[in-house]
Design a protein around this ligand. Structure first.
Ligand SMILES: Nc1ncnc2c1ncn2[C@@H]1O[C@H](COP(=O)(O)OP(=O)(O)O)[C@@H](O)[C@H]1O
Ligand SMILES: [Mg+2]
Length: 381
């Protein structure tokens, strides 16, 4: 099973510029999570902080008992081996063919023989649909192939955590869906914990188990996909719909005067962009037939049902409606009696139970209509 990543109160600045503050979230083991956020909100900085390439000033990022922020160089080096990272452009060495690129971490970090390395490299190239392309140079292949080669390289050390930065950049919508399918398939096969940073709304709506969003230097939300996808929060709705109508501006957030002026313009008939009202929770992508089921999906169901009573009503109803009648009986919920059953339980999940998001990390929305249960942690407003 992939590792759990527990991030608490993480704050990162460059000089006087705070990038984000007090970011608290838990990546449940073996589940796929997506981090959304307007350009420049520090998503790449967040990924780099998770692997210790950048040092946040405050907070912790704990994996298997090791805090990446404060641990020794030696521990950091060891813990980093648990990560597979797919950077935006694949970050391949231009002068090496795909075989040598994918073999690189094995030659660098292990004492494996060349025949053992060959077995692993060919296996990962096959997993990512690159069999036969071993001799190609990165400059000779398409962007999609480069990304898949980057993923193959990220897989050779059997990572427990896979970080992906904007896998859709430079890809057409179809190729983006193919790489999305690949993430789901890899997750089904190795049960690694995934965090994918993306702007692609199709990917965000159909791939992850959990979704978070950075905005105004804070994590405005992180939790089961149903929470963000049913949210009425203006910034979330604007982002999912890709319109100009909302708090996200051309390069920064808008102030209230600018927002009012633009609102008047859209009300007077100016096209705010976007084509349709993107709302609701579409079906999630599944592993390609023939592959194993995703273990993370089963664990997530139990986890989400334990925290169900802490979720906003919309998300709660969507989750219950997605269960089969047997599952509804198993969990003791149903559309008609859900409210009474859930609200009467009164038990709040323990914090930091393995794979379970503490209540105050499930969703934090400024001005949201729902109330978190009374024993929420500190620093969560
Ligand atoms: N090494 C660095 N030194 C100083 N500022 C940086 C550094 N890396 C990133 N930044 C700044 O941090 C902010 C967030 O960057 P980034 O994480 O790349 O955003 P995103 O990935 O969300 O588009 C930007 O304003 C960027 O200029
Ligand atoms: Mg980035």
């Amino acid at each position: 099973m992939g590792a759990e990543v527990v991030i608490e109160g993480l704050t990162k600045s460059f000089g006087k510029q705070t990038i984000w503050r007090d970011v608290t979230l838990t990546l449940p083991p073996g589940e796929v999570s997506v981090l959304l956020g307007p350009s420049g909100t520090g998503k790449s900085v967040f990924l780099k902080s998770m692997i210790g390439l950048l040092k946040p000033e405050r907070g912790s990022c704990v994996i298997n008992g090791v805090d990446i922020v404060t641990c020794s160089e030696h521990k950091l080096y060891d813990t980093r081996k648990m990560f597979g990272v797919l950077f935006q452009d694949g970050a391949l060495f231009g002068s090496m063919n795909l075989y040598d690129n994918v073999a690189f971490p094995l030659r660098e970090h292990t004492k494996k023989s060349e025949s053992e390395i060959k077995r692993i490299v060919l296996e990962k190239l096959e997993m990512t649909g690159l069999s036969g392309a071993e001799k190609k140079l990165p400059g000779e292949i398409s962007g999609g192939m480069r990304k898949r080669a980057g993923l193959a390289r990220a897989l050779v050390l059997d990572p427990e955590i896979i970080l992906v930065d904007e896998p859709d950049s430079g890809l057409d919508p179809v190729r983006t869906t193919y790489i999305s399918q690949l993430f789901i398939d890899v997750n089904a096969q190795i049960d690694a914990t995934f965090l994918i940073v993306t702007h692609n709304i199709n990917l965000a709506r159909t791939v992850p188990d959990n979704i978070g969003m950075l905005f105004r230097k804070e994590l405005v939300m992180f939790g089961p996909r149903e929470v963000l996808l049913t949210s009425e929060e203006p910034v979330v709705k604007q982002f999912l719909n890709g319109t100009m109508d909302g708090p996200i501006g051309m390069s920064e957030e808008k102030d209230s005067a600018q927002m009012a002026a633009e609102r008047a313009m859209f009300e007077a008939g100016h096209h705010a962009g976007g084509v349709e009202d993107v709302s609701g929770v579409p079906a999630q992508m599944q592993p390609t037939p023939g592959l194993p089921e995703r273990q993370g999906v089963r664990r997530r169901k139990d986890r989400v049902m334990r925290i169900l009573h802490t979720l906003p009503a919309e998300a709660r109803e969507t989750i219950i409606a997605s269960l089969t009648p047997e599952e509804q009986r198993h969990y003791g919920v149903g559309p008609a009696r859900q409210t009474a059953r859930i609200n009467n339980r009164g038990d709040v999940p323990p914090r930091h139970h393995s794979g379970q998001l503490p209540t105050d990390q499930v969703a934090q929305l400024p001005g949201a209509q729902w109330q978190a249960p009374p024993n929420r942690g500190q620093g969560s407003t």
